[in-house]
Design a protein around this ligand. Structure first.
Ligand SMILES: Cc1cc2nc3c(=O)[nH]c(=O)nc-3n(C[C@H](O)[C@H](O)[C@H](O)COP(=O)(O)OP(=O)(O)OC[C@H]3O[C@@H](n4cnc5c(N)ncnc54)[C@H](O)[C@@H]3O)c2cc1C
Length: 351
């Protein structure tokens, strides 16, 4: 009998496996793909906190961002070493390798469609007392155990050759081509970038074409275009001896779509609470859940803004870049949002 069956070998599932195996628990991980980490549906931009948790597969260091508003205003934010670009496939694979080295058993190429329940859980002859759903944004485990409906941002991303300053990401706020969210260009090195956008509406291809036109990029210069879902709502993530973790639980930042830090942190907390998994939910809500809820409120307000409002916001921020430099934190965006709202009552926009 295993202590836990984990469904999904993404950063959340494999971090849970690694931490639990290190504590001496017997863990079995089921992953639908043969190759862990593939296919990649992620821009791979993470904070230094993530690198402190798992220092592998870094391809570039980011020292700030240029934010581009609909009227063409560009605001430069300087934040040295605040973020890193990772090779997401290698990142996932390397966490799994560590977990295996600690004794976690991996079953790859095994898509879990059903779990037998009773006194214990059973998948393909493997029995365990706890089931962990780490099966991503479209979590089958969450659906199976009725953990509530999810809300999503739809995202699309590809790769291109494009020359830009390699220390800065470019973030485009424009609700014509990225309604409710934003578009990005993330440099991997001197010549290669990741380019994508998120939107609260589904017609991603037409949004993406519009974005490419705005930045004068040919459609056929984009390689390996993929679409993915970003959950933007926390679910109830404990149900008796079942725990959800990572995107399956909606543990992503609604303002940026980033879920690697929030999911890996959850996985560590879960591994600390194996003997009483209710502690995991309480602890997570106290340390990160509150931040995600504030992010959801901010995202809702942002999604209602039109481009004229975004331009107004640009004007305000331009006069107070210092606030972003001082308070900006990609894992805890509510800190800078709160500061800006405090300093500029005009953040109460009129349509
Ligand atoms: C376009 C895009 C860009 C993004 N950019 C960033 C970014 O820059 N920074 C950031 O922090 N986050 C980003 N995210 C979010 C980030 O990718 C996720 O938050 C993160 O991958 C969540 O990790 P996870 O382990 O919870 O889930 P996943 O990484 O999705 O892993 C789930 C695993 O479960 C497996 N699986 C699913 N169903 C089953 C099943 N039934 N049986 C067995 N295995 C199964 C999958 O194959 C997968 O390996 C982005 C997302 C998208 C869509």
């Amino acid at each position: 009998m295993y202590d836990a069956i984990i469904v999904g070998a993404g950063p959340a599932g494999s971090t849970a496996a690694l931490e639990m195996a290190r504590k001496g628990y017997k863990v079995a991980v089921f992953e639908e793909h043969e190759k862990i980490g593939e296919p990649v549906r992620c821009a791979g931009l993470v904070s230094e906190r993530v690198i402190k948790m798992h220092n592998e597969a870094v391809v570039n260091r980011i020292d700030g961002a240029d934010i581009i508003f609909p009227d063409g205003r560009e605001i430069h934010i300087e934040k040295k070493g605040h973020a890193y670009v990772i090779d997401r496939a290698r990142f996932d694979e390397s966490i799994a390798e560590l977990a295996m080295a600690e004794g976690a058993k991996y079953f790859t190429g095994k898509k879990i469609m059903d779990v037998e329940t009773g006194n214990h859980f059973e998948v393909g002859g493997v029995k365990a007392r706890i089931l962990i759903g780490a099966d991503g944004a479209n979590s089958r485990m969450a659906k199976m155990f009725h953990s509530g409906k999810m809300e999503y941002v739809y995202a699309i991303q590809g790769y291109a050759r494009y020359e830009m300053e390699i220390e800065y990401v470019r973030v485009y706020l424009n609700h014509d081509f990225a309604p409710g969210f934003f578009a990005w260009i993330i440099p991997e090195d001197e010549k290669n970038v990741r380019i994508g956008l998120g939107a609260t509406s589904k017609n991603l291809n037409s949004h993406f074409k519009k974005f490419l036109k705005t930045i004068d990029m040919e459609e056929d210069s984009i390689k390996k275009l993929t679409a993915g879902l970003i959950p933007v709502k926390l679910r109830k993530f404990i149900h008796k001896n079942i725990a959800l973790v990572g995107d399956a639980a909606g543990q992503t930042k609604p303002t940026s779509g980033g879920g690697i830090y929030t999911g890996m942190t959850a996985a560590k907390m879960l591994a600390d609470s194996v003997d009483d998994i209710t502690k995991y939910e309480k602890e997570y809500m106290k340390k990160i859940g509150r931040e995600l809820k504030k992010g959801k409120v901010a995202m809702k307000i942002f999604a209602k803004m039109n481009n004229r409002m975004l331009n107004m916001m640009g004007k305000i921020i331009d006069n107070d870049v210092d606030a972003i430099n001082r308070y900006g934190d990609i894992d805890y965006p509510s800190i800078v949002i709160k500061e800006l709202v405090k300093r500029h009552s005009l953040f109460v926009f009129k349509r």
